[in-house]
Design a protein around this ligand. Structure first.
Ligand code: FAD
Length: 443
C-alpha cells in the first residue's frame, strides 16, 4: 500500500473542498492534496447549468460550472495535488495508536489501489445527498419513473436524457423548483408541485422565476398518498393534509403522469465522520464545529453542505475558506483554543446555529449563521451572552429557506463576559450565547 505525507488533505472536490484547499495553500500549507471520488472537480455545481451563482462572492452572475471553473483554475495555479476517481473509505483521526500524530485517510482508486494519505490536518467537504422515496415511505407500487430531483437534473444537464414527459414534483425545495422550470423548458409538462408544509420550501426568487413565470401550480398542505403503475409510473394520488400532516380522507385526487420527482430534503454525507468518532449535531445532521470549523476531533475540520445545508454557494465558499485557513494553521501547530468555549444556542424562532461553539472568544470577529423556524417581518436578530446584548441587527424579513447571519465583535464579547463574570459571579465555563429573533416593537 502506497503512503503519502501531506500537510492538509481535503475530502470532496465540490465548491467547499475547492475553496478550502485553495485557502489552505494560500495560508501557507506546503503540501495540500484534494481527493474527489468523481471523474472531475466541481461537485453539484457541474450539473447546475442555470445562472444565479456567485452574485455575492464574485459580484457577477455565473452558472454553476462557471463558478466551479474559477476555483479549479486557482487550484491549478496554486499547484495543489488532485486525486480524481478516488474514494475516501475511512478516516483514522490523529491520536489513534496506528497513525499518531497524523490523521490517515484510507482511499481507493484504479491507479494506486489502496492509498493511505497521512495528513497533519484534514478538511471534510463531502456535501450532502438527497432524501429518497424510502426515507419518506410513500406507499404504492415500485415502477420506473421515480427520481430524486438532483438525479433528474444530472440526467438532463449532463447525460442529455429526459426522465419523462408528464411530471409531478413532490417537495418545493430549491432543487424541485429549479427542476420544474428545467423540465418545462425541455418540453415536459409539470402538472403540479406538491408541498406538505403550509409554506414553500425554496427561496422566493426560485418560486417566482421557476413556478410563477411558467404558470406551474403549487399545492401547499398536500402530499402524494399513492403511486400508480406497475412497469412505469401512470399517475399519483395526492391528498390535502391536516395540521398534523396526516392526509384528509375525501380530498384525494388522481393526477396522470409518467414521472414523479422527489425534492424532499438533503442529508449531510456524514458516514466518514461517524466512523472517525466526530460529534454530529442532532438538528443540522452535520458535525459540531467551532468558529474555525474545527470538529470534535481537533485535527479534522468540516465545511459546506456536509456541515449544514446552504442556500447559496457563496456562503459555502466563505465557510470553506475559514476551514482551509485554520487547517493550515493547525498543521503548523498555531491554532489555540481558550480553555472554556462559549456554546452558541438557538433561542426564540431559531432552528439551529453554526458554529455551535466559539473557542477563542474576544480575539477575532465571528460570523454566525442560522435558520429560523417561522417567517417574521421587521425583526431584530440578536445575540445575548446571559442577558447581555452582544450583537443586534434589524432585518425586514426572516424566513426558513434563507440562511441569516450575524457578526459578533470581539470587544462586545469581552465586555459582556467581564460584566457577567465580575459583577454577577457567573463562571465563564457556564456561559452560553443565545441567538434569537425579536419582534421590532420589543426593543
Ligand atoms: C439542484 C441544485 C441547485 C442549486 N442552485 C443554486 C443556485 O442557483 N445558486 C447557488 O448559489 N447555489 C445553488 N445550489 C447550492 C450549491 O450548489 C451547493 O450549496 C454546493 O454545491 C455545496 O457544495 P459542497 O462542496 O458542500 O458539496 P457538493 O457540491 O455536493 O460537493 C461534495 C463533493 O464531495 C465528493 N465526495 C463525497 N464523498 C466523498 C468521498 N468519500 N471521497 C471522495 N469524494 C467524496 C462528491 O463527489 C462531491 O464532488 C444548488 C444546489 C443544488 C443541488
Amino acid at each position: 500500500m502506497e503512503t503519502v505525507q501531506v500537510d492538509v488533505a481535503v475530502v470532496g472536490g465540490g465548491p467547499a473542498g475547492l475553496a478550502a484547499a485553495w485557502k489552505a495553500r494560500e495560508a501557507g500549507a506546503e503540501r495540500v492534496m484534494l481527493v474527489e471520488r468523481d471523474f472531475e472537480l466541481g461537485g453539484i455545481l457541474q450539473q447546475c447549468i442555470h445562472p444565479g451563482f456567485g452574485l455575492r462572492y464574485f459580484k457577477e452572475e455565473l452558472t454553476g460550472p462557471e463558478y466551479a471553473e474559477r476555483f479549479i483554475a486557482r487550484i491549478r495555479e496554486a499547484g495543489i495535488e488532485v486525486k480524481l476517481n478516488t474514494m475516501v473509505l475511512e478516516i483514522i483521526p490523529s491520536g489513534a495508536p496506528s497513525v499518531a500524530p497524523e490523521c490517515a485517510l484510507m482511499c481507493v482508486n484504479r491507479q494506486d489501489g489502496v492509498l493511505s494519505i497521512r495528513a497533519k490536518a484534514v478538511v471534510l467537504a463531502m456535501g450532502c445527498r438527497e432524501r429518497t422515496r424510502g426515507a419518506i415511505a410513500i406507499p404504492g407500487e415500485r415502477p420506473a419513473g421515480i427520481y430524486t430531483a438532483g438525479t433528474a437534473q444530472r440526467l438532463i444537464n449532463m447525460e442529455g436524457l429526459m426522465p419523462g414527459r408528464q411530471v409531478v414534483i413532490l417537495g418545493s425545495g430549491d432543487i424541485g423548483l429549479i427542476m420544474a422550470r428545467r423540465l418545462t423548458l425541455e418540453g415536459a409538462e409539470v402538472k403540479a408541485v406538491v408541498e406538505i408544509m403550509p409554506r414553500p420550501g425554496g427561496l422566493e426568487r426560485n418560486l417566482v422565476q421557476c413556478l410563477h413565470d411558467f404558470d406551474i401550480p403549487l399545492l401547499l398542505r398536500h402530499t402524494v398518498v399513492e403511486v400508480h403503475g406497475r412497469q412505469r409510473v401512470e399517475g399519483v394520488t395526492i391528498a390535502a393534509v391536516d395540521e398534523n400532516s396526516k392526509p384528509v380522507a375525501g380530498t384525494e385526487q388522481f393526477i396522470a403522469c409518467d414521472t414523479l420527482l422527489l425534492s424532499v430534503g438533503l442529508i449531510p454525507e456524514v458516514e466518514l465522520c461517524r466512523g472517525a468518532g466526530i460529534e454530529i449535531h442532532p438538528v443540522t445532521g452535520g458535525p459540531v464545529v467551532n468558529e474555525w470549523r474545527q470538529t470534535s476531533m481537533p485535527s479534522i475540520f468540516a465545511c459546506g453542505n456536509l456541515l449544514h445545508v446552504h442556500d447559496l454557494v457563496d456562503n459555502v465558499t466563505r465557510e470553506a475558506e475559514i476551514a482551509g485557513r485554520e487547517a493550515a494553521r493547525y498543521s503548523r501547530g498555531e491554532l489555540r483554543a481558550k480553555p472554556e468555549a462559549i456554546a452558541m444556542v438557538p433561542g426564540r424562532n431559531v432552528r439551529y446555529v453554526v458554529p455551535q461553539f466559539i473557542s477563542a472568544w474576544g480575539e477575532e470577529e465571528v460570523q454566525v449563521y442560522f435558520r429560523v423556524v417561522e417567517t417574521e417581518e421587521d425583526v431584530y436578530v440578536v445575540a445575548k451572552l446571559g442577558e447581555q446584548l452582544v450583537a443586534r441587527k434589524r432585518q425586514m424579513r426572516v424566513q426558513p429557506p434563507e440562511m441569516v447571519s450575524l457578526r459578533l465583535r470581539p470587544q462586545a464579547m469581552v465586555e459582556s463576559l467581564r460584566k457577567l463574570v465580575e459583577l454577577k459571579g457567573i463562571s465563564a465555563k457556564d456561559l452560553v450565547c443565545r441567538i434569537e429573533v425579536e419582534p421590532h416593537g420589543q426593543n
